[in-house]
Design a protein around this ligand. Structure first.
Ligand code: FEO
Length: 406
């Protein structure tokens, strides 16, 4: 063994040659408490092919893993399924080093790579459904535009029944294990949900189309660009994606709020109790203590969102404004909601929240509750009743969706 890093065998001819980023805690604003992996794959066909690369600082790790299998100079083809920098950051240096015969990308991939690197890259543009020969082995390209960038595509190896799915079905999870069946199910489910919520949720229509295209293929292995390779629980992750792309609400309410002197928090607690009394699961998140990407994870399958804020300097508390701005961009559908807060002299925050939730197409079940300074018993009872009302509406929605088979 002459290389410090080695490849992991995925199938007889496919190797994982990516990098593990244990230290990453912020992926363009997404809190990555468990780090991540940047997955690249080497296909030992007659035409030796590298599928995606890694973030620039991890190039040596990837090249070393490749060199543990073959001399990198033997790489004939590179496939760029996705041009975001975590998968293409070292592509120009790799091209210079291995001098591949061809680099494949979509038309939009070509545009994105040129706009990132501002140099002449000799890219062979491929179309949706096109099959190229990697020597003896065919590879089919499946365009997945806007999942989640305009350039994105999958690559399918029919003979290996393997789908390289770029970001789809991925998660930010650094691990020494390369396969789904080696990792705890609860961690997989949470991190896959978090990834979908924060990266793919706004592009659910594109994800649905990609799922339909993938459903026509015979797939035994899904190899994404982050996290483990799916070789055992494929049905589980595909079923999750079917639910998430449909924005299907669970019997769960998400309360997000912040508080200055405890009044808005007391209101949140009373609302929570009303929800619980009607059998609704509650996630209550005080926003100064919860990162927006973790809030988004709970938002993914919530059926109701209830937002509370004190009025500070004539506006929402800053964490509430930040989170609503973020959640709005995720374009979740099928939500009901409510608004509450406390104030001292102007009580503008609740009106501002109402306006944003209305723009997000959240169906508000009641007018906001806005309390002067500190809520008395009656105000807390009103909050409890608000929780009960939201719960009843949510239960009605879920049972009518169930009755209609939706
Ligand atoms: Fe993992 Fe969209 O990059």
């Amino acid at each position: 063994m002459t290389e410090p890093y080695v490849a992991s065998k995925i199938t007889d001819r496919v190797y994982w040659v990516g990098a593990i980023d244990w230290a990453l805690r912020d992926f363009h604003g997404y809190a990555t408490e468990r780090g991540t992996t940047y997955n690249a794959y080497l296909v030992l066909a007659d035409k030796i092919t590298l599928v995606d690369t890694v973030r620039a600082p991890f190039r040596k790790e990837m090249m070393s893993r490749i060199a543990s299998v073959i001399d990198p100079a033997r790489i004939d083809y590179i496939i760029s399924n996705h041009s975001e920098m975590d998968h293409s950051g070292c592509l120009p240096e790799v091209i210079d080093h291995v001098k591949p015969e061809k680099v494949f990308a979509t038309e939009n991939g070509l545009k994105a790579l040129k706009a990132h690197f501002h140099r002449d890259l000799d890219i062979t543009v491929v179309r949706d459904g096109q099959t190229v020969s990697l020597g003896s082995v065919p590879a089919t390209f499946i365009e997945t535009r806007m999942l989640h960038w305009p350039d994105s595509m999958f690559t399918y190896l029919p003979e290996d029944r393997l789908l390289f799915s770029q970001d789809a079905f991925g998660m930010h999870l650094a691990s020494t294990q390369r396969f789904d069946d080696e990792i705890d199910d609860a961690i997989l489910e949470y991190e896959a949900a978090k990834y979908y919520a924060n990266i793919l949720l706004p592009f659910s229509a594109a994800a649905k189309i990609a799922l339909e295209k993938a459903s026509k293929l015979d797939i035994a292995v899904i190899a994404p660009d982050h996290g483990p390779v799916w070789r055992t629980n494929l049905k589980r992750i595909v079923d999750f994606y079917a639910r998430w792309t449909a924005h299907k609400p669970a019997n769960k309410a998400l309360i997000i709020y912040d508080t200055m002197w405890g009044s808005t928090e007391a209101m949140a607690k009373a609302i929570e109790d009303g929800l619980i009394s009607e059998g609704v699961q509650v996630r209550s998140m005080r926003l100064r203590e919860n990162h927006r990407s973790n809030v988004a994870t709970e938002y993914l399958d919530a059926g109701a969102i209830i937002v509370g804020s004190p009025t500070l300097n004539g506006g929402m508390f800053p964490t509430v404004a930040e989170n609503l701005s973020y959640l709005k961009g995720l374009r979740r559908k099928n939500l009901i909601g409510a608004v509450f807060g406390s104030y001292g002299w102007t009580g503008d925050a609740v009106g501002q929240i109402k306006e944003i939730l209305t723009a997000m197409r959240v169906e508000l079940v009641a007018e906001p509750i806005n309390v002067l300074y500190v809520p008395e018993e009656q105000a807390l009872m009103d909050c409890r009743d608000l929780g009960t009302l939201v719960a009843r509406k949510l239960n009605e929605r879920i049972s009518s969706a169930g009755n209609s088979g939706a």
